[in-house]
Ligand binder design. Structure first.
Ligand code: CA
Ligand code: CA
Ligand code: CA
Ligand code: CA
Length: 336
């Protein structure tokens, strides 16, 4: 009996030991489950850092749609995947411009790279000496250090101003100027219990920078993130509008439609033409001019087209001097 009881005790110790090991393994499993291959966590992370977004609005000009041409919306706001009727349909009261933004999250061993894409059906001009084009897509890349907390720590932002990128740092970031000079400070505002970065787009051509490097001058819309609500501004001066975050990488999402030639004339380039007067009150209308995030490019940096999506770790390593390791080993990156 004593032998048996000793065996029993032994097996209890073993059971506890195996239990502990299993528990640790499960904990490790949980840590992995919080990687961004997990779509619900991707959405949570994107919401956590989603910008409070200021959109300057111009109401004058033949192509302004009395301000609505500066509203952010979905790529398929008109209910189809044809991007070459978006200029035309933007003025159609059947298709209200409900606020959307697209996001993607890429994960390396050390960082998350979150991209937000803001889409407008028109890049337009109120003056003659400019070009116009159908569809417009500008955005921002955020680099977040995976520091062991649930949502990590935001280190830097790179924004898209047509074919130039601008870089911004939050106060206190251990990152510094690298090969590219830092263009300013990233500001934050409280929303939904957290501090969110604040970004801003110009009217008409929709260049995007950290606020207040662009800002609302007279009339404008202030957009706040939501995972469910896509509101239409009640006026060109509506300062409280919810935009709905859409995951580019979800099944049926924007990335999965990258080879749809109605939507994209070629890889990363939205299809657009000169129908319905695009360019008529300006110098001309540029065809196939807007790019999705996997087609964004700074024309005179040393990073290739699409690096924000396919190789964001390399892009931020080139742009910034980071006083921490920025791993280029991707654990989740469907753009590669
Ligand atoms: Ca369309
Ligand atoms: Ca068109
Ligand atoms: Ca633009
Ligand atoms: Ca480049």
């Amino acid at each position: 009996m004593p032998v048996a009881s000793a065996k029993l005790r032994m097996s209890s110790v073993l059971t506890v030991g195996i239990g502990l090991a299993l528990g640790l393994a499960l904990c490790a499993g949980n840590t992995r489950a919080q990687g961004v291959a997990d779509a619900p966590f991707r959405a949570e992370l994107a919401f956590r850092y989603a910008p409070i977004h200021h959109q300057d609005v111009h109401t004058r000009g033949e192509h302004s749609l009395r301000g609505a041409a500066d509203y952010i919306t979905a790529v398929d706001f008109d209910g189809d995947d044809d991007a070459s009727n978006n200029w035309d349909n933007a003025g159609d009261p059947r298709f209200p411009l409900a606020a959307h933004a697209y996001f993607s999250v890429v994960e390396s061993a050390s960082h998350w790279f979150i991209t937000y894409l803001f889409f407008h059906p028109r890049d337009w001009s109120s003056t003659f000496f400019e070009t116009e084009h159908e569809n417009d897509s500008e955005g921002v890349l955020l680099a977040v250090a995976r520091d062991g907390t649930r949502f990590g720590a935001l280190r830097a932002a790179v924004t898209v101003v047509h074919s130039d990128f601008y870089s911004f740092l939050p106060v206190g970031s251990p990152w510094r100027t690298g090969r590219e000079s830092v263009d300013g400070k990233l500001s934050f505002m409280p929303f939904a219990g957290e501090l969110h970065p604040v970004t801003a787009q110009q009217a008409e051509t929709h260049a995007l920078k950290a606020w207040p490097y662009h800002r609302i001058r007279r009339q404008g819309v202030v957009y706040y993130p939501s995972l469910t609500e896509a509101e239409v501004p009640t006026s060109p001066d509506d300062r409280q509008v919810s935009y709905r975050l859409r995951d580019m990488l979800e099944p049926g999402g924007l990335w999965s439609r990258r080879d749809n030639r109605k939507l994209f004339a070629r890889f990363g380039v939205f299809a657009g033409n000169a129908s319905s007067g695009c360019g008529q009150s300006a110098i001309w209308c540029t065809k196939n001019a807007a790019r999705a995030s996997w087609g964004w490019n700074d024309h005179d940096d040393q990073s290739p087209t699409g690096a924000m999506a396919s190789h964001p770790a390399a892009l931020v390593r080139a742009y910034f001097g980071a006083r921490e390791q920025v791993s280029q080993a991707y654990l989740f990156n469907p753009f590669r």
